[in-house]
Design a protein. Structure first.
Length: 425
């Protein structure tokens, strides 16, 4: 029984951390037209591992075992197709490489990395609708199920399944090449890839719904894939370093964002001693690397804001004036309601809560803010700082009604209670 539990944990780990690599590698061999086949055979190989390893023992190199089983399953299918002749030299090369070492890794890390990078650019090809690009990347590169993706994007499994099916149809119809683009095409596609990874990280850093505020596995995957981009000569660009810096500097604070019961902690309440200093150092390194050249992206500015928070020894030491200046520049790139809201917070910290409230009122009519719980939460916080507890309580009630995650709702309930009790923020 204990052996079976150990096998289940190992297979789950392989599914989460290795299946994306395997799907990308198999797609590189058998062609993008066989993407569904690659996903299916990896799933089947993992299922066979669950069935056989408890009795035969865990192989010396479990990932290589899964890769070999997936490859053999794919070969059985492809050999029955006419396409086999076109792929025969590549398949023969694979067979030779398998060699006499049954548990040796079949592919080099360099080859695996290149295949994952190619798959990343396929997922973000212009023919694929923007709303389907991140779900496709989650499915093919990160091993997420349709259920997990639907939860992450606040929609139904059927809607996600439809997006994935249409995306794969677009890939086949347009005969999207399984390659890393070059020249102007690389520049255009890299922007889409970076945006997809940014959205992926954000969904992990603050989940849209559910029991948990943070989904670290999404953050980890976003960082891992961005590191692949940064390590490749074609996509090793300043904006790639800037996005990686942003992710690392924000992820470093994850251990302190919740208390032991999973309740949300504000920045001023977090124990900075548990922030990951190694990750902060890595983030600052990539922020420095992003300074090469003259171009500045929104990731540069957001990483700069994250660096101000990550390097402040305590909340009072935060350089809010610099943060506000960075938001003033960021609005030129991204004049979204959320950026405007974050800028209002910075205004309040530089010029006081009354000025912050004036800034909030000025953006109140912005699209989507009226249904965004953080807008009312910020309103409540600033009113509370001015001791307008009755007004603050009303704002927190609105925020509570709109909040999706359990920890956010618990936090807002506490703030509301403090207003009712007449306590100072």
């Amino acid at each position: 029984m204990q052996e079976s539990a150990g096998v289940s944990q190992l297979v789950e780990h392989l599914f989460r951390h290795e299946s994306g690599k395997m799907v990308a590698t198999l797609t590189g061999i058998f062609g993008i037209e066989h993407l569904n086949l690659a996903e299916d055979v990896v799933q089947e190989a993992l299922a066979r591992a669950l069935q056989t390893w408890p009795y035969r023992g865990i192989p010396e190199n479990p990932a290589a075992w899964i890769m070999r089983a997936s490859r053999n399953l794919a070969l059985d299918v492809v050999r029955r197709e006419k396409v086999f002749r076109a792929k025969e030299p590549e398949i023969a090369r694979l067979m030779e490489r398998d060699g006499s070492a049954p548990e040796a890794a079949i592919f080099s890390e360099h080859e695996i990395a290149d295949d994952r990078l190619r798959m990343m650019f396929v997922c973000c090809h212009p023919v694929i609708p923007p709303e389907a690009q991140v779900p496709l990347a989650l499915k093919t590169l990160c091993g997420f199920s349709v259920t997990e993706i639907s939860h992450a994007f606040l929609t139904t499994e059927a809607a996600i399944a439809k997006r994935l099916t249409r995306a794969k149809q677009k890939i086949q119809e347009a005969q999207v090449p399984f390659e890393i683009p070059t020249g102007d095409e690389l520049t255009r596609r890299l922007d889409s890839v970076l945006q997809s990874l940014y959205l992926l990280f954000n969904e992990g850093y603050k989940a849209s719904s559910g029991e948990n505020l943070v989904r670290e596995e999404l953050c980890d995957e976003a960082i891992r894939l961005t590191e692949l981009l940064e390590q490749h000569r074609t996509s090793n660009q300043p904006k790639t370093h800037a996005l990686l810096a942003l992710m690392l500097l924000n992820a470093a604070r994850i251990p302190a964002r919740q208390d032991n019961e999973g309740n949300l902690l504000r920045l001023k309440e977090q124990d900075r001693a548990v922030w990951d200093q190694t990750m902060i150092a890595r983030g600052m390194f990539h922020l420095h690397e992003s300074a090469a050249g003259t171009d500045i992206s929104e990731y540069h500015l957001q990483a700069g804001i994250a660096a101000c928070h990550a390097t402040a020894i305590d909340y009072k030491s935060t350089d809010w004036a610099k943060i506000l200046s960075l938001y003033d520049r960021l609005i030129e790139f991204d004049d979204s309601p959320v950026v405007a809201l974050n800028r209002a917070v910075a205004v309040a910290n530089v010029h006081g809560p009354e000025t912050g409230l004036q800034t909030l009122r000025a953006i109140r009519s912005r699209e989507k803010l009226d249904s965004y719980y953080l807008f009312y939460s910020v309103f409540g916080e600033l009113e509370m700082r001015l001791n307008n507890n009755a007004v603050a309580a009303e704002q927190f009630r609105k925020a509570f009604e709109l909040a999706e995650t359990k920890s956010e709702r618990a936090f807002l309930l506490k703030r509301l209670q403090r207003c009712v009790d007449g306590q100072i923020a």
